[in-house]
Design a binder for this molecule. Structure first.
Ligand code: MG
Length: 217
């Protein structure tokens, strides 16, 4: 049996246009500062690390930590009113249903659990994943992937583990866990960039279910 481990943002759906205003409003309404999203350049891009990195010069560290939960709840509220099934990449639900008939399908993300659950429920994708690992489970992308693999294994050995993501760090997390890296070139990175980052397979559309199944077998 195979394990299919999907990243969320830009891999199964496009939600960047909600991320930016959600971070901006949260910084202003929770911490009283005007900032953008500003992810760390070479660091881990998780909800927690983005907040810490962005506010490090304008808000004391203890205040960031003591208000972290409030900050995430505040953002979750904004996502709840703005996320729609229209954000899901074309034919993605069908691909997930087909993979579910062939193996275990799970999700990993650098996003916080509360926000991830809202996005997946509002896009009708929540029930398509047997397991979800987030930045609440481990601080690094490779660690989040490892956590998901362990939780899905339950003592069995998978024939193949596919780590499917849109960013070079997803491909590095695949390699760190001896998995097959599948680069999804749809929103940000090109096939060439993902192959250079270590992708074993690169795809640029979910629309042809048969061709996707041919590549993920
Ligand atoms: Mg992504």
């Amino acid at each position: 049996m195979n394990l299919y481990l999907f990243d969320m943002d830009n891999t199964i759906l496009d939600v960047n246009h909600v991320h930016f205003p959600a971070y901006e409003r949260m910084y202003e309404e929770v911490f009283n500062v005007k900032e953008g999203l500003r992810p760390p350049k070479n660091g881990e891009r998780t909800t927690h690390s983005i907040i810490r990195h962005t506010l490090k010069d304008s808000v004391p560290g203890e205040k960031i930590e003591s208000q972290m939960e409030e900050a995430i709840n505040h953002m979750a509220h904004l996502y709840y009113s703005r996320v729609s099934p229209l954000f899901v990449h074309a034919n993605m639900p069908n691909v997930l249903d087909t993979l579910n008939s062939k193996g275990i399908v799970a999700l990993f993300t650098g996003g916080a659990r509360k926000i991830t659950n809202i996005i997946l429920k509002k896009t009708n994708l929540y029930d398509k994943f047997s397991h979800i690992s987030t930045c609440d489970d481990a601080p690094t992308r490779a660690g989040i992937v490892k956590h998901a693999i362990e939780r899905c294994s339950l003592g069995r050995k998978f024939d193949k583990i596919f780590v499917i993501g849109d960013a070079p760090e997803d491909m590095r997390a695949a390699k760190a866990n001896s998995a097959i890296g599948v680069g999804v070139a749809m929103n940000v990175y090109t096939k060439e960039e993902l192959l250079k980052a270590g992708a074993d397979i690169a795809i640029d559309s979910w629309e042809d279910t048969e061709s996707v199944m041919e590549q993920l077998k």
